[in-house]
Design a protein around this ligand. Structure first.
Ligand SMILES: NC(=O)C1=CN([C@@H]2O[C@H](COP(=O)(O)OP(=O)(O)OC[C@H]3O[C@@H](n4cnc5c(N)ncnc54)[C@H](OP(=O)(O)O)[C@@H]3O)[C@@H](O)[C@H]2O)C=CC1
Ligand SMILES: CC(=O)N[C@@H](CCC(=O)OP(=O)(O)O)C(=O)O
Length: 338
């Protein structure tokens, strides 16, 4: 770690992926950070602005060499898929490097739950030190953290929508109806995300259980809500953007004034959560670190309805990682993000 006045040097591993590339762009333009190196496999040797011209980051992608790349850096972002991330994160932690991990490898505190939904864990010894990287819930723990598990995109939106009502002990049952663009699936093409299948189409997926369900349940549990959760994502013909519509059956009657007070108390001081009166849309938050939400007490049904829009690759991944880096490295939380 170097002196506090100089820019903090950041390694981005997995820089040729959607999330990694945006992280490089955010770090490149950040007043307090410097892109020390960006690594990739298939695109190694190419410049990032050849792979993604619109990000305009003229850095040459290199093959990851942990000994070389971990030397002289202040932190790393690992933007790999789950399973591939854990060994690299472990290697960086062994070398004393603070890490923000994009994958699910360190999000679930219970090893058995992780292995039930994902793959056998190769670095379970690090689970205990990992901090769940949702700054609105874990700000104090994120300051100076060594390992940050950046949340999934759906859990980010759903937890921001539900935290005020969960904390108030109001959740008796909740349905989370989520919509996402295809960039959430990463840069690898598949039939599921093929233009010819997605264009002019909408469908639900993960209806027998999506891997973000245990993550949402874990964090709602920390907030005191252990009620049944139904979570169903839908794929839309969008590139970036995510909207979660949450239908909460409440444990006691609530008025709109109650709901307004809960959300104002939770978010009035939050730099990246906008509580608005009108229905938020994904365009309202595109390419930003903002979560934009509205909450209603529905007098006809007695439910609380909360709608939250984020950009899945920004607040759902890359810009949230930078918010977390800012906290971990002692920089202003909003630096490089507005
Ligand atoms: N896209 C999104 O909206 C969100 C993504 N995430 C998470 O962020 C991570 C990255 O996602 P995203 O950027 O979308 O994914 P991409 O598929 O676009 O990028 C992942 C990158 O990881 C690299 N990679 C894949 N497997 C390995 C491996 N075994 N070893 C080393 N590198 C590997 C690939 O590198 P190469 O191209 O060089 O082969 C690829 O560029 C994932 O964990 C994802 O779940 C989280 C929230 C939202
Ligand atoms: C469209 C699409 O496939 N979206 C992804 C979102 C993944 C994500 O963003 O989160 P993780 O970091 O947990 O992978 C999905 O539903 O799995």
């Amino acid at each position: 770690m170097r002196s506090s006045g100089t820019p903090k040097r950041i390694l981005v591993a997995g820089a040729a992926g959607f999330g990694g590339a945006i992280t490089c762009a955010l770090v490149h333009r950040h007043p307090g950070l410097e892109l020390a190196a960006a690594t990739a496999r298939s695109d190694a040797g190419a410049r990032l602005d050849e792979v993604y011209p619109h990000h305009r980051v003229p850095v040459v992608l290199e093959e990851l060499d942990l000994d070389r790349h971990a030397d002289g850096i202040d932190a790393a972002v690992v933007a790999y898929p789950h399973g591939a991330s854990a060994p690299v994160v472990a290697g960086l932690r062994e070398r004393g490097v603070p890490v923000v991990d994009f994958s699910a490898d360190f999000r679930l505190r219970d090893l058995q739950t992780y292995e039930r939904w994902y793959v056998p864990h190769v670095a379970p010894q690090l689970l205990e030190e990992a901090v769940y990287g949702l700054p609105e819930l874990y700000r104090d723990e994120l300051r100076g953290a060594g390992l940050i598990a950046n949340p999934g995109c759906f859990p980010t939106a759903a937890l921001l929508a539900l935290a005020p009502v969960a904390r108030a002990g109001l959740v008796a049952d909740v349905v989370i109806d989520a919509k996402t663009g295809v960039s959430g699936a990463g840069r690898g093409a598949s039939w599921r995300t093929h233009f010819s299948r997605v264009d002019e189409n909408v469908d639900a997926y993960g209806i027998d259980g999506h891997r973000h369900l245990p993550e949402i349940q874990q964090e709602l549990g920390v907030l005191g809500a252990t009620a049944p959760v139904t979570f169903i994502p839908h794929l839309l013909p969008l590139d970036q953007g995510e909207l979660v519509s949450c239908y909460v059956t409440t444990s006691r009657p609530v008025t709109q004034a109650d709901v307004d007070e809960l959300f104002a108390t939770a978010y009035d001081a939050e730099p990246f959560v906008e509580v608005v009166a009108t229905s938020p849309g994904v365009r309202d938050v595109r390419d930003t670190n903002y979560a934009r939400l509205t909450a209603r007490a529905d007098e006809r049904t007695g439910k609380v309805l909360v709608f939250c829009a984020i950009d899945n690759v920004y607040k759902g991944a890359a810009s949230q990682a930078v918010q977390n880096l800012n906290l971990a490295l002692g920089l202003p939380e909003t630096a490089g993000l507005r």
